[in-house]
Design a protein around this ligand. Structure first.
Ligand SMILES: Cc1cc2nc3c(=O)[nH]c(=O)nc-3n(C[C@H](O)[C@H](O)[C@H](O)COP(=O)(O)OP(=O)(O)OC[C@H]3O[C@@H](n4cnc5c(N)ncnc54)[C@H](O)[C@@H]3O)c2cc1C
Length: 483
């Protein structure tokens, strides 16, 4: 029986552990966090998975308890392999590793079905990814399923299955370095102890929680970002692999970051989820000068939201406000109804401006009035398609979903930058084997999840992170158990 060490205990690590165990290996997971904070960034997620699917039949396969009434009242659409592949190409500026994204796309649905067999429960993502149009739930963003109970539900289901398969999880075990050399890895050092194995699978996340690395790799100002998720993803396992001779890969100066509650803690708090604010498409966003600074309606939020943290970080004071009126607020999902959101409401725009501390009130009012006058009222509003209802004559247009900010009550949410994950990491091949700087495979070393580089550059399609961790985690586990 082969002995496998899995480093980390998030989604990628758990999928790797389950795949290795079902292929007959003895698996030990080494997790830096204490048990009560287990699950990494994966536990913080909404559990949304991007996958290829062909209409309601595939959704029904993933969601066996979908009722006839739900099926009849939903337009799930389809998301084919070519579209998923093209999305990954376009959002990365055609830099994404073609071998890896091909596998990610092709294996997305089979991997989710495999997870379902292992006890993960999927549901249609009604609340976040569909809008009611003519009485039907219309899905719009290629991101149609989420796990029951969100990220916590996901990792709980995977831990249950891993433990049932005999996987041992050692919490409070920080992996510090790898044993071996640039051609073969034989184990790890964790908490000062040498642990040997036939194979090691690295799934310890990226480096978003390392303030110093953020400045070093992402650039000036990134020390000021708030960490949305796990405080344990500091890149030290990436560093351990690089020290051994592994090849760095991907967009080391790139990351996923979003509009985030201005009053949020510096690190993710599992008791206060949903502090992102991603439905700016339904309103406008202004900075401290009261100015808009990007086209809020350029595309569905799934394809633009991952750059918004960087955008707000560059604004004066690194802060701004998302502004909505009574026409838009009923469409905002539950992330706008969480405790501790910096939310301001008033019956007039002037009264709202007075509540936005630090804003240039004249600038703000001028921006809203100018925007309202520029909205094309002749095009019908439809949030489930790119409706082409835009503005005309503004220096910064709003290209879709433009509606006036005119019906009280008016609401503003103050936002800052929340970093989600980093894009740079290690180079792997099609079997999730880590490569060395010479381009050869490092025998006995596999990787999956956030610490793999080469998948995302510049932008990121929502829901790809969990899917890629599952796809490559499953491959890594099966390969490690059999080679
Ligand atoms: C708030 C939030 C919401 C998100 N929502 C979604 C979503 O809905 N859909 C989606 O696809 N993606 C989402 N993401 C991104 C998603 O979380 C990641 O892409 C994915 O979870 C990464 O999984 P992973 O297993 O690679 O890393 P993680 O889940 O972060 O697991 C890494 C694990 O390694 C451990 N570790 C770190 N260093 C060491 C060490 N030295 N020794 C031992 N263990 C170590 C960590 O403690 C952690 O448990 C979200 C992220 C956040 C923060």
């Amino acid at each position: 029986m082969r002995d496998i060490l899995v480093v980390g205990a998030g989604n990628a690590a758990l999928c790797a552990a389950i795949a290795a165990a079902e292929n007959g290996a003895r698996v030990t997971m080494l997790e830096r966090a204490p048990q009560e904070l287990r699950g990494g960034n994966s536990a913080f997620t909404g559990g949304c998975f991007r996958t290829v699917y062909d209409g309601a039949d595939d959704i029904q396969h993933l969601v066996p308890d979908l009722t006839d009434a739900e099926r009849d009242s939903s337009d799930f659409g389809s998301y084919d392999a070519a579209t998923f592949y093209l999305d990954l190409c376009e959002l990365s500026g055609y830099r994404a590793d073609p071998v890896l994204i091909d596998i990610l796309v092709e294996q997305s649905l089979p991997t989710l079905l495999w997870m379902k067999e292992h006890g993960v429960r999927f549901l249609p993502s009604y609340g976040r990814q569909s809008f009611k149009v003519d009485g039907r739930n219309v899905f719009w963003g290629g991101l149609t399923v989420e796990t029951a109970g969100g990220g916590l539900g996901l990792v709980d289901a995977l831990f249950r299955r891993a433990e049932a398969l005999g996987v041992e999880v050692r919490y409070d075990h920080k992996v510090e370095s790898l044993l071996g050399d640039r051609r073969r890895v034989t184990g790890v050092i964790a908490n000062g102890e040498e642990l040997y194995a036939d194979a090691v699978i690295l799934a310890a996340g990226g480096f978003h929680a390392n303030t110093e690395w953020r400045v070093r790799y992402l650039g000036q100002g990134w020390d000021l970002a708030k960490v949305r998720g796990s405080r344990y993803n500091t890149g030290n396992v990436i560093r351990a692999a690089l020290d051994l001779g592994a090849r760095s890969h991907g967009n080391w100066s790139g990351c996923h970051s979003v509009f985030f509650d201005a009053g949020a803690d510096d690190f993710g708090n599992i008791g206060v989820l949903n502090q992102q604010k991603n439905y700016f498409t339904l309103g406008i966003v202004v900075n401290r000068d009261g100015q808009r600074f990007f086209d809020e309606g350029s595309d569905f939020r799934n394809y633009t939201y991952s750059k918004m943290g960087a955008a707000i970080l560059k604004q004066p004071g690194g802060t701004g406000w998302q502004v909505f009126d009574a026409k838009a607020t009923p469409l905002l999902p539950d992330e706008y109804r969480v405790p501790r959101a910096a939310r301001f409401e008033a019956d007039t725009l002037e009264a709202l401006a007075a509540k936005l501390e630090g804003i240039d009130t004249d600038g703000f009012l001028h921006t809203v009035f100018e925007y309202n006058a520029a909205v094309d009222e002749d095009v019908p509003f439809n949030p489930a398609i790119k409706d082409g209802r835009g503005t005309s004559g503004l220096t910064i247009p709003k290209s879709n979903w433009a509606r006036t900010i005119s019906e009280p009550p008016f609401v503003a949410y103050q936002v800052s930058c929340g970093i989600t994950l980093t894009y740079g990491g290690l180079a792997i091949d099609s079997e999730a084997r880590v490569q060395n700087e010479e381009g050869e495979v490092i025998a006995g070393l596999f990787a999956a999840g956030e610490l793999v580089g080469g998948l995302y550059y510049d932008r990121y399609p929502g829901g790809a992170g969990l899917t890629s961790g599952s796809v490559f985690g499953r491959i890594a586990g099966a390969q490690a158990a059999s080679t």
